[in-house]
Design a protein around this ligand. Sequence first.
Ligand SMILES: [Zn+2]
Length: 108
Amino acid sequence: MTIEAGRLFVTWFRSGADGRDHAVTDERMSAARRAGGDPVAVCGAEVPPVPLVTPPGPRCHRCELCVAVRGTPPGVEARLRARPHRHRKPSRLRQLLTRLPIRSAAGT
Ligand SMILES: [Zn+2]
């Protein structure tokens, strides 16, 4: 199961060393495949693979903490402080007004 946790994408793999499920990022998994070694979990443990038909086991607490910290959604206060995104295209009138040169009435 792949979980999106903020910007951290992890997959939980059962370790053949300690029998726990560890969170491995996609980047570390692909690096381990290229190098031919075991992937390193977000807690730092190497995760020797077990057959994928092995049912999920208990999760590593350090990995859970790492994923929880990285995956904490922004609070309501942070969302309220965030500037609203402008998705609307400027109106035709606004587009025309921004193209017109600005002249002061007192100078004419
Ligand atoms: Zn772990």
